[in-house]
Design a binder for this molecule. Structure first.
Ligand code: SAM
Length: 239
């Protein structure tokens, strides 16, 4: 169980809504001793860690919005290469903090986000409920995406996107929010072959984000094409 700390009892109803989304939280009014927990105070929801200053959810997405005017030059959108009409469904099966999903939603795609980590899923849920991110194109399910594809074998998305955690190969530190995801997911390299195969069978285009120094996620099949940037690339598998 994770802790959701409220600084004021009046925040209890809001905290209960947040805690119920995943059912993985205990609401408390005493300062938790855990390394990482969520805090709801008069200024909003924040993620508290021993390593960093409190990170308010409303501050996570500022930079994403700055990219709003140049969406067609985003590498991920160029990798997708599909016009964003209302019936195009993208599943972001490793949603994280949903920054990529927000960009895809702003571009006009309908995005179904799947996230298995309760803290990250709650942050996205809060951001959607409080209109910090636009909820009209976005839907969120708290789940392990391999389980989701197994339970929904008939699902056919136009695109499935996988952004597995990878360790930075250079010495530069990852951005703060990515370091927090690493803390929460214990740095695990979290894309297994099973998830790749399930996702590949459930869509027309599967996109996998890789560090340029990494090989493709599986030896076979080969990506149909890749969209490469300075440090990362998107491998695109077409089925
Ligand atoms: C590198 S982060 C994704 C960052 C994301 N693209 C963003 O823009 O914020 C990878 C995320 O995938 C999630 N994840 C990994 N395996 C998963 C699975 N099988 N089902 C659901 N989520 C998963 C992890 O919990 C982590 O939050």
């Amino acid at each position: 169980m994770n802790k959701l700390y409220i600084t004021n009892k009046q925040l209890l109803p809001e905290a209960q809504i947040l805690a119920t989304f995943t059912n993985h939280f205990i609401i408390c009014t005493d300062l938790p001793t855990e390394n990482i927990f969520l805090r709801l105070d008069k200024d909003g929801l924040a993620i508290i860690t021993k390593q960093f200053q409190p990170l308010y959810v409303r501050d996570i997405y500022n930079k994403v919005y700055l990219r709003k005017d140049g969406l067609s030059s985003e590498l991920l959108i160029q990798a997708i290469k599909i016009k964003p009409t209302a019936d195009i469904l993208i599943i972001d099966a490793t949603a994280g903090l949903a920054k990529d999903s927000v960009l895809l939603g702003l571009y006009g795609y309908k995005v179904l986000m799947l996230e298995q980590n309760p803290i990250l899923a709650t942050i996205i849920f809060y951001a959607m409920n409080n209109k910090i991110i636009p909820a009209n194109n976005l839907q969120l399910i708290f789940t392990n995406s391999a389980d989701y594809f197994k339970i929904n074998p008939d699902i056919q998305a136009h695109v499935i996107y996988l952004d597995p955690m990878f360790k930075k190969q250079d010495k530069a530190l990852a951005k703060k929010d990515m370091q927090i995801i690493q803390l929460l997911t214990h740095d695990s390299i979290n894309l297994d072959e099973e998830l790749f195969k399930l996702a590949y069978l459930s869509c027309k285009k599967l996109i996998v984000k890789r560090d340029n120094k990494q090989a493709a996620i599986v030896p076979i099949p080969l990506p149909a094409y890749s969209k490469q940037g300075k440090t990362i690339r998107y491998d695109v598998y077409v089925s």
